[in-house]
Design a protein around this ligand. Structure first.
Ligand code: ZN
Ligand code: ZN
Length: 312
C-alpha cells in the first residue's frame, strides 16, 4: 500500500515567498564550482550533493494524507487544502473515498469544497468522526455567503459514520480505532491496522501531556509498536512553553513520546507556517540527533513532505 502526503502544513496554507526562492538560488550558485558544470553527469552529481532544503519544498497545503487501498478505494486522513490536489490527481477508477477527520478546525476541512470528486455522482464519500454534528459542520463551510455551491447540491453520495472511541471497527479489511486527544475543541487521533498487521497512527493537532506517557491498556493498544506515526511537531520546546494550551506539541516531546511507545518511524507533521524549508530541515536534524545521541534510540525520523509517497 502507498501513503502519500498532500498537505503537511499547520494552521493555515503557506506559500513559498519569492525572497525564499531567491535565497535558495543564491545558496546554490555560491556552491557551484567550474568542474560541476563539465558534463551532464557532473551537473547531476552536483544537484544530488546539495542539502535537501535547497532541492525540495516541504509544502504549503494543510493537513491531508492519502492511503491507497486499491485501484477503486482510498482512505484520506483529514480534508485540509491538500485535498484539492488529491482530487485533481485521483485515478478515475477510484469510486469509494473514506475520509477520517481529526477535528473541524479550518485547516483540516477547508479542502473539501474544492475536492473534484464531490461533483461526481459515481463516487461514494464516507466520513468518519466521533463528533455527532459532523454532517452539519462539513456542510456549514459551504453555506452562502462563504461559498457559492451548497453542500446539498453536490453529486457524490455522502455517507456519515459517527464512530465510537470505545472500540475499533473495520473498514475494507482495515481495523480503525479513534482516540480523543488534548486540543482546543478536542481532536481525535486514529490508529489503522492494515491487513498485513502494519500499524499507522495519524495524530495531528495534539498537545502531548505527561499523562499520555502513563501505561494503561488502552494507550498500549493504541500507541505501542506503530510502524508509522504521523504526528504534530509544530513547536520548538521554547515556543511550546510560550504557547502551552494552544493544542500542539514540541518536536522534542513528540520524539520522547514516539520512543516511549516504541514507534518505528515518526513523520513530523503540521509544520509551523512561519518556518521555511531550511528551518524545518534543521528541526528534523535536531530531532534525529536528540533521538539517536541522547535517547540512543533506533527511531527513524523524517519530515512529512508534500507529494512524498511512502511504501507501507
Ligand atoms: Zn491544525
Ligand atoms: Zn486544530
Amino acid at each position: 500500500m502507498k501513503l502519500k502526503f498532500w498537505g503537511v502544513r499547520g494552521s493555515i496554507p503557506t506559500t513559498m515567498s519569492s525572497e525564499n526562492l531567491m535565497v535558495k538560488i543564491q545558496s546554490i550558485i555560491e556552491r557551484v564550482k567550474e568542474s560541476d558544470l563539465k558534463s551532464q553527469d557532473s551537473k547531476q552529481a552536483f544537484i544530488m550533493s546539495l542539502p535537501e532544503y535547497l532541492t525540495s519544498y516541504v509544502g504549503g497545503n494543510t493537513s491531508c494524507v492519502q492511503l491507497a487501498l486499491s485501484d477503486e478505494e482510498i482512505f484520506v486522513f483529514d480534508a485540509g487544502t491538500g485535498l484539492r490536489e488529491l482530487g485533481k490527481n485521483l485515478p478515475k477508477s477510484v469510486k469509494k473515498i473514506h475520509i477520517f477527520l481529526s477535528h473541524f478546525h479550518w485547516d483540516h476541512i477547508q479542502g473539501f469544497p474544492f475536492f473534484d470528486p464531490i461533483f461526481n455522482k459515481n463516487v461514494e464519500i464516507h466520513f468518519y468522526s466521533p463528533v455527532e454534528k459532523m454532517p452539519e459542520l462539513i456542510a456549514a463551510q459551504m453555506r452562502g455567503p462563504y461559498f457559492p455551491v451548497e453542500f446539498t447540491t453536490l453529486g457524490a453520495k455522502m455517507i456519515f459514520h459517527k464512530i465510537s472511541t470505545e472500540s475499533s471497527f473495520c473498514v475494507s479489511q482495515v481495523y480503525v480505532r479513534a482516540r480523543e486527544m488534548t486540543h482546543p475543541n478536542t481532536s481525535y487521533s486514529y490508529l489503522f491496522i492494515l491487513p498485513d498487521g502494519k500499524r499507522i497512527i495519524f495524530a495531528t493537532d495534539i498537545e502531548i501531556a505527561l499523562s499520555d506517557f502513563e501505561y494503561t491498556d488502552d494507550r498500549k493498544v493504541f500507541f505501542e509498536n506503530a510502524d508509522i506515526m504521523i504526528a504534530d511537531c509544530q513547536y520548538l520546546p521554547v515556543e511550546y512553553h510560550a504557547k502551552e494550551g494552544w493544542g500542539h506539541s514540541s518536536y522534542c516531546y513528540m520524539v520522547d513520546f514516539a520512543n516511549h511507545w516504541h514507534v518505528k518511524h515518526l513523520y513530523m507533521f503540521h509544520h509551523e507556517p512561519m518556518y521555511d524549508d531550511k528551518k524545518l530541515y534543521e528541526i528534523r536534524d535536531n530531532a534525529r540527533e536528540y533521538s539517536k545521541k541522547v535517547l540512543k534510540s533506533p527511531l527513524k525520523i523524517d519530515l512529512a513532505v508534500e507529494h512524498q509517497e511512502i511504501d507501507v
